[in-house]
Write a protein that binds this ligand. Structure first.
Ligand code: MGD
Ligand code: MGD
Ligand code: SF4
Ligand code: MO
Length: 700
């Protein structure tokens, strides 16, 4: 409640991560003076993490750009929006008349900004790029393509119904730090407590004893990059123990017996020795998953950004099918969202065109970000000459990022929509900064289809844009209009995204308006998830496909990989994995003093036994290297690491000359993506391989 006439409470959704928590901001004299969790929010129940308290820091950060910037040699010049749009359109046209082509890189924050997306398609068309390189191919495209092949649509996300399950198995995810991913599950910690209070269990499988493993009932180490063997072993064990019980799904399955038969090709011993989890443990897990109770197998980044990422997600879905836990309360379920990507868009393309150099297929319109550097630097027809990056930082986020940084210097035109001069945008010719986060409104457009309840939330902007700033969508509108004008096309109408959203919601069969939703400051709750199959299936035969043909080449490839691994000698290399911290978000929250305080987080975690063999002790500088690159950073000894594995977080490396992040560069850290290999991808999806990377370690 307002205490003085100029003080009020502003309720909004935190836009930083997928949890979409409800926050309450006390605003006094046009300044946010406190940020708290909204106790009445239907999903987050009062929970927030420290990142939400940094939203005002982002709004007020003096390093945040307020006007368009044009490069002038080594320095930057402030220019007007009109000048920026006109010059960019002109220069793009020049590139297009030459032999080179324009390209696009889309970063993660685009998913958190509903309005940008309404202007994206038109922009991409005018910019003239075939497909986009994106953070999706550093992340979740294996989920999306597995869903397309199994359920018939890339947006049919099977969401863990944690509030009604009895067993949750998390493989390669750390929601205690990440707050959940492809799974909008705010207040994860308390949901786990409630699961445990009702006699249920959380099991974590991860090469690090993570924050999530520490609140779990059981944790098992797995050798990085070998979970495919684990998933096959669980399926095989379910079969051998007579526990495959799809139940009500039975009549919806296509090629189910064929899948079960093909499992006979594996020897259990090979599978268990490859992943490093013994047969008893696997049989025990299978018995619990297949006991008939509501149970969930869920995998995230640790099993996505690996060589067999798509095969992994297909197998996870098959385990949930085998135990009858797809489309079941307490299993994985399909949310019902007002903006329904399943009904509104096609099922997504695959292989309509291929990358020029490596011939990787376009997947849902996306191209592997791992291949971006080579596509810029390798001459020939189709070489990239102009690039726009929208809310992305591939130099720190993509494999072999240092090579992307070098490649960006070769571009004839580079434009970045970003509010900071980062490791990536420092190479741009123009940086176009969006308004501050509190000048945007918010709607959970992409996260409703991933949420643990059917719900919607709209929050208005807190501050206006009288300061002359533009939202991302307005920048896209300005650029598109300028490009259209130059090519003699009619101009682009400027429609408020909120109005477009209102139309979409009005058209939904649920029968509610955006105005109505906006009145619900605590979120508009439409209840728990409900069973929706078979009606929702979009495969041609309207069944769940258990042996999708496009997956099979990697099934075969895994079989030969497994036999090589089993017969081959162990090498002395370490395997590098990543990690996330609750006070950080990818590469871009390191400029908030309150978030970076405490000890340095960009360290190399290693097990004491592994360290001893190398003469490394706590705090000592180590060199980590391979054929891709080399970094030097502090050692952090911890029994939480699996021996033979090291962990370095991504998103650091702010020490490059030209970066303007004054707080972040005080403790810049190093980029683990200077070590990840752009030459290896998940073949089916084009996704990067960022975990399980072979490296050598030395004491400095
Ligand atoms: N080794 C390793 N690498 C990884 C990962 C890993 O686990 N390990 N994780 C991968 C994953 S999952 C992802 S999603 C990618 C992320 O990859 P990217 O999306 O390329 O990187 P971010 O660090 O999220 O960069 C976001 C950029 O957008 C800017 N930004 C923030 N908000 C806005 C906004 O509202 N508008 C605009 N225009 N700009 C904005 C920020 O300043 C920042 O420069 O990284 C991947 N890289
Ligand atoms: N605080 C914070 N929250 C975030 C982000 C952030 O940067 N910081 N980023 C957001 C983004 S873009 C995303 S995509 C999500 C990611 O969300 P999560 O996937 O939950 O987050 P990660 O911490 O990357 O978890 C991956 C886990 O996989 C483990 N792992 C690594 N390799 C392997 C392997 O081979 N096998 C197995 N089984 N496990 C392995 C790692 O040790 C790690 O614990 O988080 C989102 N939320
Ligand atoms: S978990 Fe933290 S960053 Fe994510 S939405 Fe909630 S408050 Fe924001
Ligand atoms: Mo991500």
């Amino acid at each position: 409640m307002p205490e003085t006439s100029s003080e009020f409470i502003h309720a909004r959704t935190c836009h930083i991560c997928e949890a979409n928590c409800g926050v309450l901001m006390t605003v006094r004299d046009e300044q946010v003076v406190s940020v708290k969790g909204n106790p009445d929010h239907v999903l987050s129940e009062g929970f927030i993490c420290p990142k939400a308290t940094a939203i005002p820091d982002l709004q007020n950060d003096p390093d945040r750009l307020r006007t368009p910037m044009k490069r002038n040699g080594e320095s930057w010049e402030e220019i007007s929006w009109d000048q920026a749009f006109t010059e960019i359109a002109q220069k793009l046209e020049r590139v297009k008349t030459g032999p080179k082509v324009p390209a696009v890189y889309l970063g993660n924050p685009n998913a958190h900004n509903y309005s940008t997306n309404f202007y994206m398609r038109g922009f991409l068309k005018s910019w003239g790029s075939k497909g986009v390189y994106s953070a999706t191919t550093l992340d979740q495209i294996p989920h999306m393509i597995a869903q397309k092949w199994v359920y018939g649509h890339n947006a049919l996300y099977p969401v863990p119904d944690i509030d009604r399950t009895q067993l949750m198995v998390i493989v390669g995810g750390n929601p205690m730090a990440s707050n959940g991913s492809i799974w909008t599950v705010p207040n994860f910690r308390n949901r786990v407590k409630r699961l445990q209070e009702r006699g249920g269990k959380l099991v974590v499988i991860d090469p690090r004893r993570t924050e999530t493993a520490k609140v779990a009932d059981a944790h098992h180490f797995v050798r990085p990059g070998t979970d495919t063997a684990l998933f096959f072993a669980i399926l095989k064990s379910l079969k051998d123990q007579n526990l495959t019980k799809p139940g009500r799904l039975e009549s919806m399955l296509e090629n189910w017996p064929e899948l079960l038969t093909r499992l006979d090709g594996f020897k259990m011993d090979d599978l268990t020795s490859h992943c490093g989890i013994d047969k008893d443990t696997i049989d025990g897990l299978a018995a619990e998953l297949g006991s008939g109770q509501p149970a969930i197998m869920y995998g995230r980044l640790g099993v996505s950004v690996v060589r067999f990422g798509t095969l992994n997600h297909y197998l996870i879905n098959m385990i949930n099918v085998a135990t009858g836990n797809v489309d079941r309360e307490g299993g994985v379920m399909f949310p019902n969202s007002l903006f329904d990507p399943v009904e509104r868009s096609g099922t997504g393309s695959y292989g309509r065109y291929h990358t020029r150099l490596k011939g990787s297929p376009e997947v849902l319109g996306e191209l592997p970000a791992a291949e971006l550097a080579a596509e810029i630097t390798t001459s020939g027809d189709g070489q990239i000459g102009a690039l726009v990056t929208i809310a992305g930082n591939p130099v720190l986020s993509a494999p072999g990022g240092q090579h992307i940084g070098e490649a960006l210097k070769d571009l004839e035109l580079m434009v970045s929509l970003d509010m900071y001069i980062t490791e990536t945008t420092m190479h741009a010719d123009y940086i176009l900064p969006p308004c501050g986060p509190l000048q945007n409104d918010h709607y959970n457009l992409f996260f409703a289809p991933l949420s643990i309840r059917n719900y919607a939330a709209y929050s208005p902007a807190l501050f206006d844009k009288k300061d002359g700033s533009k939202a991302d969508w307005e920048i896209l509108h300005g650029l598109t209009s300028a490009m259209k004008e130059r090519s003699g096309d009619s101009s682009l109408p400027k429609i408020e995204p909120k109005n477009m959203l209102a139309e979409i919601i009005k058209a939904s069969p649920i029968g509610v308006t955006l105005d109505e939703i906006a009145k619900h400051e605590n979120g508009y709750d439409m209840g728990p998830l409900i069973p929706r199959l078979p009606e929702r299936l979009k495969t041609e035969h309207r069944k769940i496909e258990c042996m999708p043909k496009p997956v099979m080449p990697d099934w075969d490839a895994f079989e030969s990989h497994l036999s090589d691994a089993v017969s081959g000698a162990q090498n002395d290399n370490f395997l590098l994995i990543g990690r996330r911290h609750i006070r950080s978000n990818n590469s871009w929250l390191h400029n908030s003093r309150r978030l970076i305080k405490g000890k340095d987080r960009c360290t190399m975690m290693i097990h004491p036994d592994s360290a001893e063999a190398l003469g490394l002790s706590d705090g000592v500088m180590a060199k980590v290297f391979n054929t891709i690159g080399s970094v030097e950073l502090e050692t952090e000894l911890t029994e939480d690491m699996m021996p033979g594995v090291i962990s370095i977080p991504h998103g650091y490396g702010h020490g490059k000359k030209g970066v303007k992040l004054s707080i972040a560069s005080e403790r810049p850290g190093v980029s683990c993506n200077d070590l990840t290999d752009p030459g290896i991808i998940d073949k089916l999806s084009g996704n990067a391989v960022l975990n399980g990377v072979p490296v050598s370690v030395e004491r400095l």
